[in-house]
Design a protein around this ligand. Sequence first.
Ligand SMILES: Cc1cc2nc3c(=O)[nH]c(=O)nc-3n(C[C@H](O)[C@H](O)[C@H](O)COP(=O)(O)OP(=O)(O)OC[C@H]3O[C@@H](n4cnc5c(N)ncnc54)[C@H](O)[C@@H]3O)c2cc1C
Ligand code: SF4
Length: 496
Amino acid sequence: MNKIHEDSKVTEELITKLNSLHAKERMQIPVQEMPMQDPVERRSNIKEVALGFSEKQAIIEANRCLQCKNAPCVKACPVNIKIPDFIKKITEQKYSEAVDVIKETNVLPAICGRVCPQETQCQSGCVVGKSLKDINKAVGIGRLERFVADYDRKREQEKNNKVNLNEVSTSSKTTKKVAVIGSGPASIVVAADVRKAGHEVTVFEAFHRLGGVLLYGIPEFRLPKEIVEYEIENLRKLGVKFQTNFVFGKTRTLKALMEKDGFDAVFIGIGAGLPNFLNIPGENYVGVFSANEYLTRANLMKGYNQEQAHTPMYNAKKIAILGGGNVAMDAARTAVRLGAEEVYLIYRRSMDEMPARAEEVEHAIEEGVIFKTLCNAKQIIGNDDQCVTGIECLKYELGEEDNSGRRRPVAIKNSEFTLDIDSVIIAIGNSSNPLIKQTTPELELNERGNILVKENQETSVKNVFAGGDIVRGAATVILAMGEGRKAAAAINKALK
Ligand SMILES: Cc1cc2nc3c(=O)[nH]c(=O)nc-3n(C[C@H](O)[C@H](O)[C@H](O)COP(=O)(O)OP(=O)(O)OC[C@H]3O[C@@H](n4cnc5c(N)ncnc54)[C@H](O)[C@@H]3O)c2cc1C
Ligand code: SF4
């Protein structure tokens, strides 16, 4: 039997008792609460907020699962992880086997266990949550996924043999070369799956560090960078090569990669990195940032640690964040940690329509972020030096439903009010970078600049595939990974 926490007191008696429970009794098992860092303490550190289940908690939570035959949770998972099967392994304390089940369809469980919106995916379909008429009482699938993934990573790190280069046996090596552009989750999956089929893989990344949004967007307090680096290291051990500071289209074109450098196939996973702006007066004042720039400075360049920082952070004490998604929450909570005294989150609709994960909203409130809902910025106010000094907002009310199914925000006339602030962070979404249109005209794009692909992720150019946010527009990690997996299968088939 595997034991990981000496103090977690998993006794034979507990296991026997849990094993003997009937479905009705399982539904009575209390939801296991995830231990969290104290809100006051975490305001001044960048460490992970959620601390993970103990072994005992994981076993108890796993026993809440009813092992449903038709498993609606599996259908609601974008990559159809065999959820009851991996949860069953946890009840048997076979954690490595549980990870193996997840990895059949999801190669980054420690990441997905932390950042996937489970409440709108697998957990939304959970029979336990539905029967108890409370989505918060669904089985904690994401938390269990994180538990086993962390267990497995720690065990592998201890053994220090992680993924072995020899896993790609000499006999299965081919002479085919595949270029993977970008190093976000879609590309990580492609690189792993294509390399495992024996092909030579080189990842080309524009930044000086690897991992995409997982590294420079999602903050350390939600996703420790050690986990992303571990996955990149695994690729390296598989024999994947990396070239950073490489801007596809500029450093090298698609044509050059295929015709001169001899790549037999190319995967493009360059994400949706172009920030949207509101186009309101004052948006070019000093102290206005896109959330992308703000988070990249904080994460990638360690802006949260002024002694080690590779970049200066704008010294602001009162910050307004515009937007209501995960990116807005990440920016607001980062601002708190960087020492802002007042952080306002300004959102056009009400709390009910907010697209951010409920958990992130809750954490932001606990950390002191002030929510100004049903209002939006009208203009940013600056002084003679063109530095931000305030923001003028308009109040809104909700009107009829729009195409997204949410009620449309309608401005209330003469409801202007002003907030004194010294920085504004704009987090109202991202679009695709126009670079691809300018440099790679042979690729067919839609009107929003996203690459058009067939069912198997192949683009309009033979043996060139694409996936993730550059195809879907800004979406989620798991959807990017799912497309990566499909693309890798198609590449492996094409190169057979
Ligand atoms: C702040 C933030 C928080 C988020 N939170 C969540 C969350 O909680 N849960 C969730 O599921 N999703 C979240 N997302 C969305 C999620 O991160 C993305 O959907 C996902 O990372 C997309 O993966 P990808 O592989 O398509 O691209 P990315 O992760 O965007 O990676 C693309 C990579 O390509 C590189 N690149 C770009 N152009 C070029 C070029 N010309 N040449 C070479 N390389 C290039 C980029 O530098 C980057 O490294 C969040 C996004 C942001 C920005
Ligand atoms: S729906 Fe819920 S209870 Fe049923 S198998 Fe999935 S996780 Fe378990």
